[in-house]
Design a protein. Structure first.
Length: 246
């Protein structure tokens, strides 16, 4: 469930716990920050030297800003029902998370995917689809077309706000990184509760998207997460602008 936030996104817990003030903030009585790469002494205290870390961060901030702007400009799509996780186990004898049973069994899982339209817009979800599931998707998401397809209703696009916040370290203010992580943790729970896996042994009740009521509940939660992600996306865009001098 939550290991995903540390393995897939690859930010070590120690780096998550390291607070940063963000660009343009001078810290008083904070000489310990001089041992942190990117910080230098300034009149009155210690601050992040954007010029010192700027070259790397600008190379990251430019494509991230383009992706976030494109995502923010689109309306959320709320009809995917989390079928990306079902597509990852479709017609395969070896599910990705084989240690956890499938709630409906293999045949039942396949039947659900075959009964609903699949419209996944996220490349990093689509690339784990089984070969049999890929032709069922309405799109063929790819890394070089991510800006064309990313949309704010996607749970993985919302979780990825944490990824972009992490990639912009040490410029990302600690509060922004923490807010993105906290939202990603909640979204991850819905992502897995709506998956085909039976997680009751871990205390997680299913969101049964194979039923109309389950799909309606998923869409409501998806819409709420998209709304909560909107200001975080805006704060990340503001950070990108600051790093790029916009």
């Amino acid at each position: 469930m939550h290991d995903f936030l540390f393995t897939y996104y690859s930010l070590r817990p120690g780096r998550l716990e390291q607070w940063h003030p963000g660009p343009g903030v001078v810290l008083r009585d904070a000489d310990e920050f001089l041992a942190v790469p990117g910080y230098t002494a300034h009149a009155g205290g210690v601050a992040l030297d954007v010029d010192q870390v700027g070259s790397r961060l600008r190379r990251t901030a430019e494509p991230v800003r383009a992706l976030l702007r494109a995502t923010a400009a689109r309306p959320p799509r709320l009809g995917c029902f989390g079928l990306h996780e079902w597509a990852m186990v479709y017609r395969t004898a070896v599910p990705r998370h084989a240690a956890v049973p499938l709630r409906l069994g293999a045949a039942g899982t396949d039947a659900v995917l075959e009964s609903l339209p699949v419209h996944c817009t996220h490349h990093d979800a689509y690339r784990f689809f089984t070969p049999a599931a890929r032709p069922r998707n309405a799109l063929v998401p790819a890394r070089d077309r991510q800006v064309d397809h990313e949309q704010p209703g996607c749970l993985h696009a919302t979780m990825d706000l944490y990824r972009w916040a992490a990639k912009l370290l040490p410029a990302t203010p600690g509060e922004l990184l923490g807010d993105c992580f906290a939202l990603a943790a909640e979204v991850r729970e819905l992502d897995m509760r709506a998956s085909p896996y039976d997680l009751a042994a871990f205390g997680y009740s299913p969101v049964p998207i194979e039923t109309p009521a389950g799909r309606a509940g998923y869409a409501r939660a998806q819409a709420a997460f998209a709304e909560r992600a909107r200001p975080l996306r805006g704060r990340l865009l503001h950070l990108c602008d600051a790093l790029l001098g916009a």
